[in-house]
Design a protein around this ligand. Structure first.
Ligand code: F6R
Length: 607
């Protein structure tokens, strides 16, 4: 939800910022902008609505001069998609500029204060109060830029990541409170540093990062007007909530993600690339440190009450896994949508274990749920893809998915990685860790065939048939009910065709009224649910429905069949893959961008 990138160093800032924006576009793509400080010490600003490339074609973002600058790609929250609302936002005196991810919840109060002091506002955003408050403290109280910034940050309510640039002192400040922000430590000979919402934004320049924590404020200076104060080539981290300006030491860590992970390579879209990557990512998710899995297993076993908490696709992975925990280990896990978790607050005790599952580790609903649980003294385990993300920082233990960056807005490879890791935990809890591991290894071949070109060509035929339909229904039973929910989500979020999932048994309780001649229904079949789900298929067939069967064997009533070999408890991992491909191809046929579906953003940092 909004992408932030900042650069300071000896190279021209604009090409680095533009490339960073391109890499961050998956986080928001309503509008974008860059501001630099040119060699004469003036701000140069360009921003507009639209995709980064279109804005660049129109405005030539590369001719912004200077070695220091900040840039932003927006997913609108406060204020519509207009040029005026695009970031960066500049203070009334044109000396301070700000880019921002998150929401300033008390912006109305702050704005009224500033208006009463004579400030004017050019946008409808909450962000614009930030540069103006800094200007206000500097001018009215004679505070330095840093002190005014600290005072301003202390007055902001809500979750945010902000990057602020001061024209006169040529200083960049980044601060984080609940939204992601990471510091990249670049080539020291070039005195270069980066701040970004996500590591891929600067992965072509450095793999050395400092994960920032809530309350952290990083100061980067190119050269100060006062030579004594210069800290060119270094950085300082402070806690903006603290009374003193005592520096905080955070380690520089090297990330294992490579640039190839963040590039499309031979594929037309990241979504397709990431679907294909599942051959490896499922294996990587299963290749966990055994002791860590064992210790999480013990935490599950010893807890009095276990909750799996997540949103969207990650929630579907949890729901699917809850069937497996029940079946393999006779263990009941409460699976709760993160935004609903507060309703369960009264069940939370110090002995309760909360397992939070999130690709990004930044989903605000998940973070809120975990914070609630922590206040009640619960033990927190997280399952996350992005190392160093906010969720990892507030968890007692973290298992990493190791899927590499997922750039497409839709989760595909991280969904199956979550399933693989949760399945391993269920096997471990059942005392069958080795068996689980070897079963997961065996999936390699199945996933390879499912993602191969021949399967993709076959599914393309199906997408041509389905592209003109208004509704697609999806049925599954047991853990494949969760697969049905995930399949419907994948189809609707990228093709914009209405897709709805039902547990097979629910069909006759209402949804069957929707079936008429030609209505497409996807049915997930597995050995253990075969009898009942096929009788649901017959109910649909006799009302003229068009049945797409996904499972081990073709059945007469199927109009279209996609073979997915039986893998018993691991069926959900394999069976979703054809639907990921179908959703992708529907988007392409219908002329939608599969990597950036309308209205969606990769990580949801607003409530
Ligand atoms: C669907 C999708 C979303 C996310 C959800 C949670 O394709 O990507 O539904 O699954 O926003 O995100 P994370 O897993 O980052 O917490």
């Amino acid at each position: 939800m909004c992408g932030i990138i900042a650069y300071i160093g000896d190279e021209d800032a604009a090409p680095i910022l533009l490339e960073g924006l391109r890499r961050l576009e998956y986080r928001g793509y309503d509008s974008a902008g860059i501001i630099t400080i040119d060699n004469a010490g003036e701000f140069e600003l360009k921003k507009d609505v639209g995709r980064v490339q279109d804005i660049h074609n129109e405005l030539n973002l590369l001719d912004l001069e200077g070695h220091i600058g900040i840039a932003h790609t927006r997913w609108a929250t406060h204020g519509g998609v207009t040029q005026a609302n695009a970031h960066p936002h500049v203070s009334n005196n044109s000396k301070i500029a700000v880019i921002h991810n998150g929401i300033v919840e008390n912006y109305k109060d702050l704005k009224s204060l500033l208006v009463s002091k004579g400030f004017h506002f050019d946008s409808q955003t909450d962000t614009e109060v930030i540069p103006n408050l800094i200007e206000y403290w500097m001018d009215s109280k004679g505070l330095s830029f840093i002190d005014s910034t600290i005072k301003t940050l202390q007055s902001l309510e809500g979750n945010f990541a902000v990057v602020i640039i001061d024209r006169d002192s040529r200083t960049i400040v980044g601060a984080k409170n609940g939204s992601p922000l990471v510091l990249g430590v670049g080539d020291r000979k070039k005195n270069e540093f980066f701040l970004a919402s996500d590591i891929p934004a600067f992965l072509d320049r450095t793999k050395d990062v400092v994960y920032l924590y809530d309350g952290d404020m990083v100061i980067l200076q190119s050269e100060s007007s006062s030579p004594r104060a210069t800290m060119k080539g270094s950085y300082k981290i402070l806690d903006f909530r603290a009374r003193t300006k005592k520096p905080i030491i955070r380690p520089i860590q090297s990330v294992s993600w490579s640039l190839a992970h963040a590039a499309k390579g031979e594929f037309d879209h990241f979504m397709l690339k990431e679907i294909a990557e599942q051959v490896e990512t499922i294996q990587k998710a299963a290749a966990q440190d055994r002791e860590l899995v064992q210790s999480v297993t013990e935490s599950i076993r010893n807890a009095k009450g276990v909750f799996l908490v997540a949103s969207g696709s990650s929630y579907h992975a949890c729901l699917s896994a809850s069937y497996l925990f029940a079946k393999l280990a006779s263990f009941h896990i409460n699976t709760v949508i993160a935004s609903e978790f507060s309703q369960y607050e009264s069940f939370l005790k110090p002995e309760t274990l909360v397992i939070a599952v999130s690709q990004s580790g930044e989903t605000i609903d998940v973070l809120d749920a975990v914070k609630t649980a922590k206040e009640k003294g619960c033990h927190i385990v997280s399952i996350v893809n992005v190392m160093g993300s906010s969720l990892t920082q507030i968890s007692h233990k973290t298992l990493l998915l190791n899927s590499g960056p997922e750039i497409s807005v839709l989760s595909t490879k991280t969904y199956t990685a979550q399933l693989a890791l949760l399945s391993l935990l269920a096997y471990s809890l059942a005392g069958r860790y080795e068996e689980g591991l070897s079963k997961l290894k065996f999936l390699w071949n199945i996933v390879y065939n499912l993602t191969a070109a021949t399967t993709r060509t076959k599914i393309k035929e199906l997408s041509t048939t389905l592209a003109n339909h208004e509704h697609i229904f999806v049925l599954g039973r047991g853990s494949l009910y969760a697969t049905a929910l995930e399949a419907a989500l994948k189809i609707k979020e990228v093709s914009y065709i209405h897709a709805e999932a039902f547990a097979g048994g629910e069909l006759k309780h209402g949804p069957i009224a929707m079936i008429k001649k030609g209505t497409p229904i996807v049915i997930f079949v597995s050995k253990d649910t075969e009898k009942t789900i096929l009788s649901n298929a017959m109910e649909v067939k006799s009302r003229g429905g068009y049945i797409i069967g996904i499972g081990p064997e073709p059945i007469e009533s199927f109009d279209f069949f996609i073979k997915v070999p039986e893998s018993n408890s691991l069926n959900p991992i394999c069976q979703i893959i054809p639907i990921q491909i179908l959703a992708y191809q529907l988007a392409v046929i219908l002329g939608h961008d599969p990597d950036k579906p309308r209205n969606l953003a990769k990580s949801v940092t607003v409530r």
